[in-house]
Design a protein around this ligand. Structure first.
Ligand SMILES: [Zn+2]
Length: 404
């Protein structure tokens, strides 16, 4: 059996495009198979990419096994679509595909994404089509990564006066967020899943923790494919959901939407097209808090006791918040601007932040001047506290770093 070469994996993990001269290859999605083992329900599927064969699994606790959708190849079609566009592959499914889904993917998503790309390929999708409804428990769910977007989504949904759209379930998926270069950082996933378990327990909402080797078997850069891989996980449990709320990324849609030259754009920039294309009459994937910025979301959860205990933004391995990575710093700047640092003293070292506040604000000034995203609102408030001398020192340090 042939496998991807190291250069293949490097290219795929960076989601780079194969040259346009590369012959078109075929991806074949096999018929999904179910297996019960050690209290877990597994769905296995053989994915053939030319002469390379991968066995992909997706698992849930046994009680949710009945909702794993083995009747359709839809989940795999969605999960492999961006890969196929970059790798110049057509897609054939041996299991039936949902007709309206294929129609929308072809006429809305592929048509837009490929037309406005520089070099993506328009995959031909083949397989039997079926629009026969499947049994569905008609539940509502959202993710529970416990990041700012996730906790804001949970809070907004729980406070929604229309009770039909409150979350019946929270979900943690392992489909790319914890994988880099085809390598899974299992400790980080386990820690986040445990944090989500505690959070969901306190909220009184059941949590479903799923597992999959999809991101290891098919290496892709998560930043450039997360809408596809997350929707793959949603469709795996298609028979459980009626609505799945996908938290928007923290940039207002009017600032975010972009489709031109999308080859190297995160797909959330064109989620206004992608999520409706991935929605069918039985299952809608919704864009949650579509018009809220990260600053507005943080303000919304700043007095939310759940966030004070379970917010998790750090990029580094290990428990707790380092206070120094890009996401920790961005969160601390926003909390400082909002005057809400003390609310988060249980999960951030606020004393350390205050001791080095001048340094942190110099970092904010440099980040803002460099155009780092999501710093504008914090800078607009904290700017008056950064003296001209402090800004000068910040630039001096920056210059020294460049010459080192
Ligand atoms: Zn950190």
């Amino acid at each position: 059996m042939k496998d991807f070469t190291q250069s293949d994996i490097k290219r795929m993990a960076a989601s780079k495009l194969v040259p346009a001269t590369t012959p078109v290859r075929q991806i074949t999605i096999g018929k999904p198979r179910m297996e019960m083992k050690d209290g877990k329900a597994f769905q296995w599927c053989t994915i053939s990419i030319a002469d390379i064969v991968k066995e992909v699994y997706f698992s849930v606790d046994e009680e949710y096994g009945q909702y794993l959708c083995h009747e359709r190849g839809d989940a795999y079609l969605i999960g492999l679509l961006n890969f196929a566009m970059r790798e110049r592959c057509n897609i054939h499914s041996e299991a039936p595909l949902t007709g309206e889904l294929v129609h929308q993917i072809q006429t809305e998503l592929i048509a837009s994404v490929v037309t406005y790309s520089q070099g993506l390929y328009a995959p031909v999708i083949t397989g039997a089509l079926s629009d026969e409804p499947l049994p569905s428990a008609q539940k509502v769910a959202t993710g529970c990564s416990c990041g700012v977007d996730s906790l804001n989504a949970i809070k907004c949904m729980c406070e929604n006066l229309d009770g039909r759209f409150k979350p019946d379930y929270l979900v943690v998926n392992n489909v790319g967020a914890y994988t880099s270069g085809g390598k899974l950082y299992a400790d980080k996933y386990d820690q986040n899943a445990e944090n989500a378990r505690q959070c969901a327990k306190e909220l009184g909402i059941p949590l479903i923790v799923t597992d999959s080797n999809f991101s290891e078997a098919i290496p892709q850069k998560h930043l450039l494919t997360h809408v596809y891989s997350s929707s793959f996980a949603v469709y795996m449990l298609r028979k459980l959901w009626h609505r799945y709320y996908y938290a928007s990324p923290g940039t207002r849609i009017q600032d975010r939407f972009k489709i031109v030259h999308n080859d190297y754009l995160p797909p959330c920039q064109y989620d206004l097209i992608a999520l409706p294309a991935f929605s069918i009459s039985q299952l809608r994937i919704c864009n949650e808090s579509i018009t809220m910025s990260r600053f507005e979301k943080m303000r919304n959860i700043a007095d939310y006791p759940i966030a004070h205990k379970y917010l998790s933004v750090c990029l580094k391995q290990g428990k707790g918040h380092c206070g120094t990575c890009a996401k920790c710093k961005r969160t601390l700047w926003i909390l400082d601007a909002l005057g809400k640092l003390d609310n988060f003293a249980g999960i951030f070292d606020i004393a350390a932040y205050r001791a080095k506040r001048t340094h942190y604000l110099q970092n904010l000034y440099i980040a803002y001047r460099k155009g780092v995203g999501m710093t504008e609102d914090s800078y607009a408030i904290l700017n008056k506290e950064i003296s001209p001398f402090s800004k000068l020192v910040a630039w001096g340090k920056q210059a020294l770093r460049m010459f080192r």
